[in-house]
Design a protein around this ligand. Structure first.
Ligand code: ACO
Length: 311
């Protein structure tokens, strides 16, 4: 019987149709999705920290309103993604425990601090830009609930990317000091943004199987290349220099050549020793502990309602 179910699963994936929560799926497929979706949800939630830190210091009411809306969107993305993960039989509470015990990863990028207001623009332009590049293909992921969550998330991410670019356009049209702030910020965020796509294909243990299952649609290096090619004309339009002396157009490949990110730094960051890992996880743990009374109150209310319906 398992063979028949497996054949049906393979046929669904091969025909580019969606696998739904009640369908049979191989254990490895389920595990891979839980790993990726949980990591993705954690990234959205932890990703609120570097920018949230600037809400009180935004330079105008307009900028504050935009930033506040953006950070709230990230919380919403985390919620859709935890809900998608729950369709695979895991519990949100348990996933949060795994995050705050550092048993599950979140994106490397959120372990870098946002040091200046220009970082708010650069995070929108480069970090959200890289996120869109990686996530648009996930709208076609073979797992239905994840694919559908990604459609809404990508629409909101593209608004985030534009607000970042618009902020940078305002800054580069401002004073010399503002232009210097933008360049200094780009210098710090460029390489970590390239690392968001994950290790080079040769060192990526999960890509091949995830592509066979239709979870990932492109390899890490394919998406990284797409991001580099997309960013070069945008950098030129802003008048900033991307900090890579090896970056140049390769007419034979019809793509830009670029330098090698520092993979030792990437490994250190994803194994917990990046510039802000300890601070990010400690902050998330504190927020979770501080919210305990809200969860208890909600539970007590739900129990009371349930008892009333029984009467
Ligand atoms: N940050 C942290 N960990 C990473 C990163 C990264 N940038 N890239 C890869 N890893 C981890 C993988 O999770 C995997 O670890 P694990 O096996 O312990 O889980 C390991 O490095 C090896 O990498 P791959 O084999 O390439 O892993 P995978 O096939 O999962 O590809 C990728 C990684 C591309 C990040 C994929 O998981 C993905 O597309 N995820 C969804 C997008 C996402 O999570 N975005 C979050 C940031 S964007 C935002 O929130 C604004």
């Amino acid at each position: 019987e398992t063979q028949a179910l497996e054949a049906q699963f393979d046929a669904t994936v091969a025909a580019d149709r969606r696998i739904e929560p009640r369908d049979w799926m191989p254990e490895g497929y389920r595990k891979t999705l839980i790993r990726q979706i949980a990591q993705h949800a954690h990234s959205e939630i932890i990703g609120m920290q570097p920018e949230g830190n600037w809400i009180l210091r935004a330079p105008s009411l307009r900028r504050k309103a935009i930033l506040l809306a953006k950070v709230q969107d990230e919380a919403g993305h985390g919620m859709y993604l935890y809900a998608a993960a729950e369709t695979l039989g895991v519990d949100r509470e348990d996933l949060t425990e795994r995050l705050i015990d550092s048993r599950q990863k979140y994106s490397s990028i959120f372990n870098y601090p946002a040091l200046s207001y220009a970082d708010i623009g650069v995070i929108g332009w480069l970090v959200d830009g890289a996120a869109i590049c990686n996530q648009v293909p996930l709208c076609r992921c073979s797992y239905g609930p994840y694919a559908r969550a990604m459609i809404r998330i990508c629409k909101e991410e593209s608004f985030h990317q534009r607000q970042g670019y618009e902020l940078l356009l305002a800054m580069v049209n401002g004073t010399d000091t503002q232009r210097e702030m933008v360049q200094e910020s780009v210098n710090r965020w460029w390489w970590p943004s390239l690392m968001m796509f994950g290790p080079p294909d040769g060192d990526s243990p999960n890509t091949q199987q995830s592509m066979a299952w239709g979870i990932k649609r492109h390899t890490n290096d394919e998406l990284r290349q797409r991001f580099v090619d997309m960013s070069v004309p945008q950098a030129a339009a802003l008048g900033v220099t991307l900090p890579d002396p090896d970056l140049r157009w390769n007419a034979d490949r019809g793509a830009h050549d670029y330098g090698e990110p520092d993979w030792a730094e990437f490994k250190a960051v994803i194994s917990g020793s990046g510039p802000a890992n300890a601070q990010r996880v400690a902050h998330r743990r504190r927020a979770h502990d501080n919210g305990a009374w809200v969860r208890e109150a909600a539970q007590a209310y739900a129990d009371k309602q349930a008892a009333r319906t029984k009467e």
